[in-house]
Structures are given as C-alpha cells and as structure tokens.
Design a binder for this molecule. Sequence first.
Ligand code: APR
Length: 238
Amino acid sequence: MNEFPNIVVLTGAGISAESGLETFRGSDGTWNKYKVEDVATPEAFARSPRLVNDFYNKRRRDALKASPNKAHFALAALQKHFTESFVLVTQNVDDLHERAGSTNVLHMHGRLNQVLCLSCHKKSEWLTDVTETSVCPHCHAKASLRPDIVWFGEIPYYMEKIENALSRADIFAAIGTSGLVYPAAGFVNLARLSGAECLEINLAANPHSYTLFDEVISGPATKTVPEFAQKLIEKYQH
Ligand code: APR
C-alpha cells in the first residue's frame, strides 16, 4: 500500500459557481453590487443590523435552494478515500460541501446556516431569515443575533488547525479562489514551505498562478475537480 499523502484542499466561491451561487469578484460578483463596508464588517452591523441581516438572509435563501455539484461530490469522494490524511478548508459559507457528503469541513469564514448571539455568545443553527424579532434559542434575548460569518477585520476560524495541516501537507490544492483575501491567499506559501506539491484549479489562471503553484489546471470545477480527484485516488490505491 502506498503511504497516503497528507492532502489539504482550500476552496473558494468558484467551486459553488456551477451550483448557481454568485462569486464575489466575477463580472456579476457580489462586490460589484454591494460595498464590503456596507454589509461585511462589524461596523456595518453595528450601524445597520437590518441591512446586514437582509444581505445574509438573501444569501442563506440562495444557498439553501442550491445543490452541490460534481466538484463538491468529488472532494467528498477524496475524503472518503484518504480519510484523516485529507483536510478540507473552505472560504465558502454555504453548506454544499456538507450536502455532498464532506465532513469536518473547516469553514474559516463561518457559515450561513448558523447565527451567533451577541448576548450569550452561543451559536445556533438557523435556516430562516434573521429579523429584529428573532430570539436567541439559548438565552432568549431579542435582536441579539448576528450571522456567524467572519467579517473583514475579524479573525478567521480554525487558523491553528489549518496552519498545522499546511505544515504537514504533501499536496495542497486551491480550488475556485481568486487568492486575493488573506490569510487564505497565503496558505500556498505555507504549503510550499512544507515542501508540498501545490496545485491551483480555477476557471482560468490567476495573475500569480505560475509563480506560486507547481501546477495550474484551468477549466470549470465540475470538470477539473473530478479529474483531479480520480487521478489521486488511482495513484494511491488502498
Ligand atoms: N470553476 C472553477 N473556478 C471558478 C468557476 C468555475 N466554474 N467560476 C469562477 N471561478 C473562479 C474565478 O476565476 C475566481 O478566481 O473562482 C474564483 C472566485 O473568486 P472570488 O469571487 O474572489 O471568491 P473567493 O476567492 O472565494 O473570495 C475569497 O473574499 O469577499 C471575501 O469572504 C469572501 O470568502 C470570500 C473571500
């Protein structure tokens, strides 16, 4: 049996694009329609909780209506094959990885289907709209719920776990991300330092792709990710 490699995969909005969910920086991207400072910072929420909750209510509804695509299922198959040698980190806040069968997904930017109570600081699963009349299921405080999303200026979740996985990585793949937002954009550098083989899988190469990555695979994720997964599974049989 080949020694299984430690594999770390980072996904971004591009993996959910073919499920019909908007990316952030494409031509019709979210940040072409909204300003980050209006809907994705703690200051924005303090200034206008209703505007921010409505922004995430719409994204929550869209995500619940979407379905996982072949790329999500291919990563779930990779995890099934490589078990604990495989770590999936996502910048995405939808639950399409989970609905495709992935488990222990490290949602470093939080999750749309959870809310955080500003009174008791507990998290709750939340699948409907958050409004001023929403009540915290734990402490029953009113108008105290915020989306469990990591906003700009806040510290992403799971950083220690992610850095630990990257320090042991033999293979690192960045899938469907523009590589513009840190700290996720720096993960390839950490992986390189550990001697990992670094792949970028994207619709098209990013400006920095060829300097940072050993291999650049271009094309839609529903085509490139299943091929990537199949190749790895065939190479490392039980
Ligand atoms: N297949 C593969 N890649 C795709 C596809 C597709 N079908 N469609 C788009 N892409 C690629 C684009 O080429 C782009 O590089 O997905 C990437 C999406 O980039 P962004 O919209 O910047 O999304 P992401 O990289 O996830 O953004 C990172 O920025 O605003 C914050 O918190 C937000 O998590 C987000 C972070």
